[in-house]
Design a protein around this ligand. Sequence first.
Ligand code: NAD
Length: 540
Amino acid sequence: MGVLGASGARQTISRVLLTVRMSSSSSSPLLLINDPKYSFLKELGLKEENAGVFNGQWAATGPVVESVAPASNSVIAKVQNGTVADWEKAIAATQQAHKQWRTVPAPKRGEIVRQIGDKLRHNLTNLGKLVSLEMGKIQAEGIGEVQEYVDICDFATGLSRSLAGQVLPSERPGHALLEQWNPLGVVGIISAFNFPCAVYGWNNALALVCGNSCIWKPAPTTPLTAIAVTKLVESVLVENKLPGSLCSLVCGEGDVGQALVKDKRVNLVSFTGSTEVGRIVGQQVQGRFGKVLLELGGNNAIIVNDDADLDMVIPAAVFAAVGTAGQRCTTTRRLLVHEKVYDEVVERMTRAYAQFESRIGDPLEANTIIGPLHNQHGVLKYKAAIAEAIASGGKVAYGGKVLERDGNYVLPTIITGLKGDAEVVIRETFAPILYVIKISNLDEAIELNNSVSQGLSSSLFTNNIQNVFKWIGPEGSDCGIVNVNIPTSGAEIGGAFGGEKETGGGRESGSDSWKQYMRRSTCTINHSKQLPLAQGIKFE
Ligand code: NAD
């Protein structure tokens, strides 16, 4: 393990490029899919080369790309991407499937989603390992992602019997006033690399019980997970004699994403990704008066008040800052610590990070708790942020180094000495970098928490009930997720998930998020023989 300078970084990138070139020009034994260690790939139905488009049939016409394992930068298997022409075929089939599906009673739709959940349950470990291999998160987190999809299927199955509208009192005699929730049509799902399975699951399960068909454009670097998930869903649809195009897939780059965003046949665009791309997507969908659900970047803080239980703070903050190697939208990026406990917190956090150093490694190994970054792009961003932090007066209390080994490994990093409004602090860098900032009271901490442009997740550690209710109320956190005595990451599916401001304002998963996947019809039904007008208007 050692420090990697600029020339070292160049060597690593050359090694990566060499691996990719060798794999593309050499015979198949170099693909990980042919290594018995990764036999779960073939058990999931993956092959050396996979069609990345499903519209009821598997057929793609775009370029063949390689999916690479972040732990070694070796090629797992190949995928033939979709083109805009493939998109055209898929969206037409997906729209057609909706016309059949919308007439199926909601509880029967729920039964299909229950079966999808069961199928995932039986493939939990294999699929979890694939998520881990392709994304780079540790196996426990990979399996946890699939478990989230299973959980939301259970939730959606129950929901399918209670998609309730209200019956409201009409002011007119002999009239009924009620709400009926109807399907939207086609839900287009664009997902990010860091949750290649769960994000689709949240959308897919709810969209289906609400009577919609789905079309998915996954991140370009995690296509194998998308193909394996779609194959499992396909098997349920086939067993139930339903059209496969109810859950279509088009793997590809931004051009396919743009085709989805601009297509009027896509009634709801559910986009998960960076604020930068989300800003464009949101405006484009609004421009055609489509519905949009945005789940964008975060810059999440934990406040450690002077009355916090530090034995809880340290493990919680470490989990939320270094878990998934800092590549969760809910990763803790700012630790706002009361001056009375600041020195102790920095010292204990630094010690905890050092203890985990020996457990950075292959995400599929049982002992590993910190995996690699997803790709070299992430490593470059990590290095640039640390250089900027140092140039702005920050001090590296721990880490700050790229590890000299195959794969995209970096040391999780703690930076002290920066102001809460430093450029690098207010930006989301998708890497395990934690900025520890000193605060002198809770009001100042809340102001800092709310001062960034993102508004996803936030936590307060305190033992004071007055602080708790201030924090969750109108003078408290302005985020979508507001926690007390737990970290910023690790949300359950039962609540609505999402954030405010530049996080996009969307809500997915539990609570009443389902309403975003349906259109509300307000129905007034006259069952009398008179025609009274509202507001007592006489028109005679
Ligand atoms: P990204 O914005 O680079 O890509 C997201 C998706 O958008 C990919 O599928 C990509 O191919 C597609 N895309 C890119 N350009 C497009 C365009 N012009 N039109 C349509 N689609 C386009 O994000 P990423 O690097 O994959 O993911 C990391 C980001 O996602 C982070 O900012 C993270 O915070 C955020 N994220 C948010 C949540 C949430 O729930 N709030 C969850 C996961 C990730």
